[in-house]
Structure formats: C-alpha cells, structure tokens
Design a protein around this ligand. Structure first.
Ligand SMILES: NC(=O)c1ccc[n+]([C@@H]2O[C@H](COP(=O)([O-])OP(=O)(O)OC[C@H]3O[C@@H](n4cnc5c(N)ncnc54)[C@H](OP(=O)(O)O)[C@@H]3O)[C@@H](O)[C@H]2O)c1
Length: 301
C-alpha cells in the first residue's frame, strides 16, 4: 500500500469494533501505514479484547459516526499528529428490516445518518488535505443491497443506493487531484451480523404476529438471509483482504464486487433486461406463493 503514497499512509477506519470493520482493523495493523481505528466509545474496548494493541502507528479513537463533533475531532487530531488522512474507509453501517408500509421517520433518519450522512461528512472533512497532497483514497463500504433491492430491506437499500449515487459523483469530482474513490460491495458475508438488524416498531410487531398481512414477508426473508449468511463462502477476513488489495491498486475500480455472489448479481444485472431480471428474482423469493395470504399460507383450492 505504501507504494501508492509519497509517505507512510495514514488510514482512518470507522466501525472497527466488529464484523468486517474488525477484520479490516487486523489486516491494516500489519501493514506499513499509520492507522486510526475508530468505534463508538462503548465498543472501543473490543479492539484490545480482539488482540489489537495501540502503538505509535496504531491509535484507537472513539467515534460515533453520527456525532458531528466527534467526526471533526478525529480528523483534526490526525491532521495535527500525522499531517492528514490519506485513506478513509467508511465501514460503519446499520440495517433495518421493514417493508415500506412499516417505515417510520426515526428509522429513516437513523439509517441515513449512519450509512450516508456520516460517510459523506467524513469525506468532506478529509478532502481538503487530500487535494493539497494531490493523492488519497476513499473506500465506502456499500453492499449488493446498493445495486439491487430485496423485500423488507427498503430502508437499507435506500441508504446504500444513496451512498452509491453520491460516491459515483465523487469519483468524477476528485479524480483530477489523483484521489481514487471505490465502493466495496460485499454480498452475503458469513458472520452473525444479521443479529444486529434493527426493526421499526411496526415491523417488529408484524414479524412477531402470525396474523399480520406482512408476517410471511418477514418470516421467509429473515430465514433466507440468515441461511445465506451462514452458508456464505465469504468471511469478513476475506472481504478485508479484498479491501487491502483495492488499496494497493494503482487505479482501483469504482465498484469492487467483494464476494462471489456480488459478482454473480452484477453479471445478471448487466446481462438481463431489467423487466426479466425483476421477474426472475420475484419468482425466486422464498415461499413467495404464501406471501399476501392469511397466516402466510396460500388459500385452499
Ligand atoms: N454482513 C454482511 O453480510 C454485509 C453485506 C454487505 C455489506 N455489509 C456492510 O459492511 C459494513 C460492516 O458491516 P458488518 O457486516 O461488519 O456488520 P456489523 O457486524 O453489524 O458491524 C457494523 C459496525 O458498524 C458500527 N456502527 C454502527 N453504528 C455506528 C455508529 N453510529 N458509529 C460508529 N460505528 C457504528 C458497529 O459498531 P457497534 O459495535 O458499536 O455497534 C460495528 O462495528 C456495513 O456498512 C454493512 O452495511 C455487510
């Protein structure tokens, strides 16, 4: 990675406490770079618990990405201490399970603040230094959910589609300064992060209530996603290695399909006409014939 920069690069990683963030933290710790691993204050002890140790090249810093003050403090501390940030990895992210009918404004604000606003504001803060040095890397961790939407994941896809759109604009804007921007798009990762998926009040009661008209949507999609994550070949460590490989590339692509299923979905999207693509995916939804019926069961013939 060092070869891409005129000095020992300074990396800022968000959401380093678990999952892909923690795997990326471990991968970065052994590289020739200076790294600030950040996490919400209450999650920060997990870094030491996972065997990482602070040193003159590895800092642990509290950063709740929705807190504007904390974003500014971390960036200004790294600028004073190490002369600026060369690589920003926006990894922190949350997901909600809710059909559109069960959205609420708080969930909408929450996911947009964590998954989109924080990433763009950190980008805004690191760009002046990158422009002055005429180099830099920004990696925004998106998802296959940022190129295709799944039922019950409307909030997540809305956020990741927004992140993808803004990142694509950014790619054009900052290339003249030699700043490279990439979207890391993992598909299903073998981890238990599906347990962190949040619910709105209405989506939670519908998921619990067998008589709710949307109960089958929640039941079958939750089972499907859990199964896909348990069986996924991709691990957080493997995706972290892909992130490192992207950082070493002289001209990294805008979209990095970070797992085998992400490659497959990208290929299907490229090859199939949109109408056909949506039709095929609709028919492939788990137990789709039961959706929209009482108790998730189709009516007796
Ligand atoms: N898992 C998958 O299959 C998958 C697939 C595609 C894309 N992704 C993307 O990969 C990224 C990492 O997800 P993951 O799978 O590792 O999920 P995860 O295990 O749930 O980890 C999410 C990370 O984000 C952090 N985070 C959440 N809210 C935060 C906030 N306000 N401030 C700072 N950190 C915050 C969490 O910290 P706390 O521990 O403090 O809550 C945690 O470290 C996300 O952007 C996600 O959308 C994941």
């Amino acid at each position: 990675m060092h070869g891409q920069f005129s000095r020992l690069p300074v990396v800022l990683l968000t959401g380093a406490s678990t999952g892909l963030g923690l795997a990326t933290a471990h991968a970065l710790a052994s590289q020739a770079c200076r790294v600030a691993l950040t996490a919400r204050a209450e999650s920060l002890p997990r870094l030491a618990a996972a065997g990482l140790r602070e040193s003159d090249r590895l800092l642990f810093r509290p950063l709740d990405v929705v807190e504007r003050r904390q974003r500014e403090t971390v960036v200004s501390e790294l600028t004073d201490r190490w002369g600026g940030i060369d690589v920003l990895i926006n990894n922190a992210g949350i997901a909600y399970r809710a059909v559109v009918e069960h959205w609420d404004p708080n969930a909408w604000r929450n996911i947009m603040e964590v998954d989109v606003v924080a990433a763009l504001d950190l980008t805004r803060l690191v760009l002046p230094g990158m422009r002055t040095r005429r180099s830099g890397r920004i990696l925004n961790v998106s998802s296959v959910g940022g190129m295709m939407a799944m039922p019950t994941m409307s909030l997540y896809s809305a956020a990741k589609f927004a992140l993808e759109g803004a990142t694509e604009s950014l790619w054009y804007e900052v290339r003249p300064w030699g700043i490279w921007v990439s979207l890391i798009e993992p598909g299903f990762i073998r981890s238990d992060s599906f347990r962190n998926t949040r619910f709105t009040q209405r989506s939670f009661s519908a998921a619990m209530d067998g008589d709710d008209p949307y109960h089958a949507h929640y039941l079958h999609m939750a089972q499907f996603i859990e199964r896909m994550m348990e069986r996924a070949v991709a691990t957080p460590e493997r995706v972290a290695r892909r992130i490192l490989r992207t950082l070493r590339q002289r001209r990294p692509p805008l979209r990095v399909y970070a797992t085998p299923d992400a490659h497959l979905f990208a290929l299907l999207r490229r090859l199939l006409p949109r109408g056909l693509y949506h039709g095929i995916l609709y028919r492939a939804l788990p137990h789709i014939s039961a959706w929209g019926h009482e108790n998730g069961k189709p009516p007796l013939a």
